[in-house]
Design a binder for this molecule. Structure first.
Ligand code: PBG
Length: 335
């Protein structure tokens, strides 16, 4: 019998490898494991606080004591690391974000407690000034300008203070020029040769950060936008060039942020440098999935896992995601 499809395909049939669960497992190219997950968390002052964030259903701001409990659970599930973000009291925020330099500020309190009580989990800290400034910008505002060099000097000092508190990896997200080299130099001069740098190498001026700004209380404060320091979402080649500078300056790992709308950047970055590349599935991406799931419009669990796997396919070594604990639980069940 002459089969028209066999004639067309020359007897090649893609569906043969898809015919059963066992063949699909056999040919699966990428896998998500718990080792790929970094959990971003929001910290608030005081004790015994677990406070839901309205625009991020399922995500809470936690006081340090409750964060320690949550971190234990994450560590037990095998999550390798946390990324901490403080919601600093308004009275401590000022024009230059000076509280970022305080040895016992909220983020450093969290690091100390985590390293003491849950030493098996990695702690990644951001040095951007936005949680500490009265204007919500990531750097120091002089007139109408976010001044580069003065900000770099301050974030480098903040990095040393964070490393002193026990931070394992400094993750600068403020996109100033020269910061990676300055932070590396400052850390090494202070004897923190083992503290790594995960550069928010390509951070785009994105609308997907909205819920995060609510979570750390900067949404209402922010004057203007961040377009003079974050990358234009239209620009891929510029993003790779920016990342190249971070690689030259000594970044140990690179990050792409936001995540899913920027998978092309993840792919290009991995190809270009071969360094570990991480994607940050940001607050707005999380909120979209959650909101649709709550409305019954999508299967939230499946979409969560599909998005995380997509990052792996694009070449990412791991993902910062608010779904980290949930995904870890799902992976453990599948186990
Ligand atoms: C700022 C910072 C941002 C996020 C983390 N640190 C972006 C911003 O507010 O401009 C976003 C994280 C998220 O949306 O999940 N340094």
């Amino acid at each position: 019998m002459t089969n028209i499809v066999d004639q067309i395909t020359g007897h090649r049939r893609m569906r043969r490898n898809r015919k059963a669960d066992w063949t699909r497992r056999l040919v699966q190219e990428n896998r998500l494991t718990v080792d790929d997950l970094i959990w971003p968390v929001f910290v608030v002052p005081s004790t015994n606080v677990v406070e839901p964030i309205p625009s991020m259903p399922g995500v809470n701001r936690m006081s340090v004591d409750r964060l320690v409990e949550a971190a234990k659970e994450a560590a037990d599930l095998g999550v390798p690391a946390l990324a901490t973000f403080p919601n600093v009291e308004m009275s401590l925020r000022d024009e230059t974000g000076s509280n970022s330099l305080a040895a016992d500020n909220l983020i450093n309190q969290a690091t100390r407690a985590l390293k003491k009580h849950v030493p098996q989990i990695g702690v990644i800290t951001d040095v951007a000034l936005d949680p500490f400034t009265s204007h919500g910008h990531d750097g120091i505002l002089r007139g109408s300008e976010i001044v580069n060099d003065e900000t770099v000097a301050q974030v480098a000092r903040a990095a040393v203070v964070q490393a002193d508190a026990g931070s394992d990896i400094i993750a600068p997200s403020e996109m100033m020029d020269g910061r990676i080299g300055a932070i590396r130099q400052a850390l090494d001069e202070a004897g923190h040769q083992n503290v790594g740098i995960m550069s928010y190498a390509t951070k785009f001026a994105s609308a997907f950060y909205g819920p995060y700004r609510e979570a750390i209380g900067t949404g209402g404060l922010l004057k203007g936008d961040k377009k003079t320091y974050y990358i234009d979402p239209a620009n891929g080649t510029e993003a790779i060039r920016d990342a190249a500078l971070d690689v030259e300056e000594g970044a140990d790992m690179l990050m792409v942020k936001p995540g899913l709308p920027y998978l092309d950047i993840c792919f290009r970055m991995k190809e270009a440098f071969g360094l570990p590349v991480f994607a940050y599935q940001v607050s707005g991406e999380y909120a979209q999935i959650r909101a649709a799931a709550i409305n019954g419009w999508i299967d939230g669990d499946r979409v969560m896992m599909e998005t995380l796997l997509a990052f792996k396919r694009a070449g990412c070594d791991g993902i910062l995601t608010y779904f980290a604990v949930e995904a870890a639980r799902a992976l453990a069940k599948k186990g």
